[in-house]
Design a protein around this ligand. Structure first.
Ligand code: FMN
Length: 303
């Protein structure tokens, strides 16, 4: 009997649905047992998010500060760990970042094969680089990464995802698509579970190769790489400024957060379109470098 741990933190349940779809074929197998564990912060984060609470956690998310969590049930010895996480400000969500730096994670992950599953808007590259480093530090072996992103173009989800997170409303409106990951994509994620079931039967998780190659587990959008890197640099500077204003939740943070929002809006209407235009012009000359970066970010699963 193979034992699989499904470890995750999901607020609306979207990531949990993705994990349920992936693991459905494993749950049906008599030769595999899945243990589900949800990470639970001692002080739960709200959903939907009040505006200032949403931005108040920004510096802690960027700096991977983590938060106190309920102790998980004592860990068994798992054959495979599926780690589901969402992205908060280009970083793994605070509960996941916290757990991956805990002593319990070291016991659980050391030497174990891991598959990361991300369900987010569409900016996950740097979050996954941070998770890769944390997993390496724990001595875990990352075999695959599966990523599902919100439906619609980047420009649409820039509206639909925050609207959903701040109001709880996912419905389509004014020509924008419904927020979140398309239901068909969630359902189609069961293909990963079917492959995993066979791989576990054949003991392939004991090796170091990808189990999910060729199934479209990740699809890196080359044009978003530069945006993520630029945004992350600015996030680092602003998180320092916001932290300097006061501790998490303190009213002293509000004016800095407000200035940050105005700055962000100004950037979005001025620098961002200009940047897109310049990069479009430079694309033919930078294609090789961008293609190399895409291939690197798509590891270990590839397309
Ligand atoms: C505080 C916060 C920050 C977020 N930042 C990002 C981000 O940087 N990139 C991204 O693709 N999605 C981002 N998202 C969207 C989440 O990754 C995720 O899609 C959403 O929270 C729903 O996940 P759930 O399963 O927990 O409900 C953010 C969400 C929250 C709550």
């Amino acid at each position: 009997m193979k034992k699989v741990l499904v470890l995750y933190y999901s607020q609306s349940g979207q990531l949990k649905d993705v994990l349920a779809s992936i693991t459905a074929p494993l749950e049906e197998s008599a030769a595999i047992k899945c243990d589900w564990r949800a990470l639970e912060p001692l002080e739960p984060y709200p959903y939907p998010w009040p505006f200032y609470t949403f931005l108040n956690i920004f510096p802690e998310a960027v700096d991977l500060d983590g938060c106190p969590l309920q102790e998980l049930e004592p860990a068994a010895d798992y054959d495979l760990i599926i780690l589901g996480y969402t992205v908060w400000f280009l970083s793994p969500s605070i509960p996941v970042a916290g757990f991956l730096q805990s002593p319990q994670a070291r016991n659980l992950f050391s030497g174990k094969p891991v598959i990361t599953v991300i369900a987010c808007r569409d900016m996950w590259l740097l979050a996954q680089e941070k998770v890769k480093a944390l997993l390496k530090d724990l001595g875990a072996r990352l075999l695959d990464n599966v990523v599902l992103t919100d439906q619609g173009k980047s420009i649409s989800t820039f509206v639909t995802t925050p609207r959903w997170l701040l109001t709880g409303n996912k419905e389509a409106f004014w020509g924008f698509p419904r927020a979140g990951i398309a239901a068909e994509e969630v359902a189609a994620a069961s293909r990963f579970g079917r492959r995993l079931e066979g791989a576990l039967k054949d003991d392939l998780e004991k090796g170091d190769g990808s189990l999910l190659a060729g199934l479209g587990a990740v699809n890196v959008e080359g044009k978003l790489i530069a945006s993520e890197r630029i945004a992350h640099r600015s996030f680092k500077i602003w998180s320092k400024l916001i932290k300097k204003a006061g501790p998490s939740g303190s009213p002293a943070r509000k004016p800095v957060i407000t200035i940050y929002c105005i700055f962000l809006l100004m950037m979005i209407v001025t620098v961002v379109p200009l940047n897109i235009l310049i990069r479009r012009c430079l694309y033919p000359f930078r294609k090789r470098t961008i293609d190399q970066a895409v291939a690197a970010y798509e590891l270990p699963s590839g397309r």
